[in-house]
Write a protein that binds this ligand. Structure first.
Ligand code: PLP
Length: 390
């Protein structure tokens, strides 16, 4: 069936949440995607920073199929070794003395879990950042700054205050003895790949300590190697009390996690939260397979490729490019004009999957397995794609 026919069927049956799909894909292999008409694309978006190991990764495929063939789901009345092992491995990443894990199926749910934990401190105020994105469920939405996402769904859970991202003085001024948590992203991906200014995470840690609030870092997009570190905020030497993860954790198998440390480690007590699917053996097997690959060289090579990509795009010295920002393999190409959506469409026609989180920003988030050889054709093409808009 052709893409045209499939797109018509999609339009007739799917809720119109996402607009018309730009392509209908049929299969993927490593860094490439193939659409229903047989065209091949280089993937520089990874399904929104999800497919860290590319498409149809043999290790993940094997782990998931073997686990599903042995034990797929048991509910959280029961446990599995896969789940315990993944929790142990994730809790070893936080830098905290002790960390406990709650598994979820998505980033929004990981943030819901963390949000509920903040209420258990006995305080109800959460300070979040302008420009933030934390997901689309009612709780996660309450923490998300973008007005057009929030306003149609108000009233949302209360107690959330927004301060300018990176503004230490504003954060200091708003933090008080009613503050349950300070919530920050290391790099605001949906806001156009905006990294926290140097020192801001350390300032946030110090302010949280001073008022007795939790420091909560949303690593749903930035975590697990995407920014060149296991957890991007560890680059700043900061230890958080709550860390939320999801996107890169299962390489496309839906799995998220809320990690609680320090004063948050024992906040959750039996009966206060739950999930049917969260952390089931198959999801945990996917997570363990991703960590195996990251440990055996993928994280190191992603660091190098990220550095190469950033320098290669900057070296284009294109008149339409203002600068390149971001960390590791999460880069924002900031343009001098609002043409990023048009560039993304033209790139797709030319066989490259990228996206435009803002009208003047192109996001590059290739699979972490990408090499400079994989990506060099894109960098070359980007020059010509931009030329059309000078
Ligand atoms: C994508 C994202 C979320 C939401 O994750 P979902 O799996 O879509 O619910 C939350 N926080 C950040 C920083 C994200 O990038």
């Amino acid at each position: 069936m052709t893409q045209e026919e499939l797109t018509a069927r999609y339009g007739a049956v799917m809720m119109n949440a996402f607009g018309s799909p730009k392509r209908v894909f049929e299969r993927g292999e490593g860094v490439h995607l193939f659409d229903a008409d047989g065209n091949r694309y280089l993937d520089l978006l990874s399904g929104l920073a999800v497919n860290a190991l590319g498409h149809a990764h043999p290790g993940v495929t094997r782990a998931v199929s073997e686990q599903l063939g042995r034990l797929g789901h048991v509910s959280n009345f029961f446990a599995s070794e896969q789940q315990i092992r993944l929790a142990e491995r994730l809790s070893a990443l936080t830098g905290a003395e002790r960390t406990r894990v709650f598994f979820t199926n998505s980033g929004a749910e990981a943030n819901e879990a963390a949000f509920k934990l903040t209420r258990l401190t006995g305080r109800t105020k959460v300070i979040a950042m302008e420009g933030s994105f934390h997901g689309r469920t009612m709780g996660a939405l309450a923490l998300t700054h973008t007005a057009k996402y929030r306003e149609p769904f108000e009233p949302l859970p209360g107690g959330v205050v927004f301060v300018p991202f990176g503004d230490t003085e504003a954060l200091r001024a708003h933090a008080d003895d009613q503050t349950a948590a300070i919530l920050v992203e290391t790099v605001q991906g949906e806001n156009g790949v905006v990294p926290a200014p140097d020192g801001f995470l350390r300032d946030a840690r110090e302010i949280a300590d001073r008022v007795g609030a939790l420091l909560w870092i949303d690593e749903v997009q930035t975590g697990l190697g995407r920014c060149g570190e296991w957890l991007a905020h560890r680059h700043d030497g900061v230890v958080a009390d709550l860390v939320t993860l999801a996107k890169g954790l299962g390489n496309g198998f839906p799995v998220g996690a809320c990690l609680a440390s320090g004063p948050a480690v024992d906040l959750l007590q039996p009966g206060q939260h739950g999930t049917t699917f969260g952390g089931n053996p198959v999801a945990a097997a996917a997570g363990n397979a991703v960590l195996d690959a990251l440990e055996s060289g993928v994280l190191d090579s992603a660091r190098n490729t990220g550095r190469w990509l950033r320098e290669a795009v900057a070296a284009l010295a294109h008149p339409l490019i203002d600068h390149v920002r971001g960390r590791g393999m999460l880069l924002g190409v900031v343009l001098k004009a609002d043409v990023a959506p048009q560039i993304a469409d033209a790139a797709l026609t030319a066989g490259f999957v990228i996206n435009a989180p803002r009208p003047d920003v192109i996001r590059l988030a290739p699979p972490l397995i990408s090499t400079p050889e994989d990506l060099s054709g894109f960098v070359e093409a980007l020059g010509s794609l931009l030329d059309a808009h000078v």
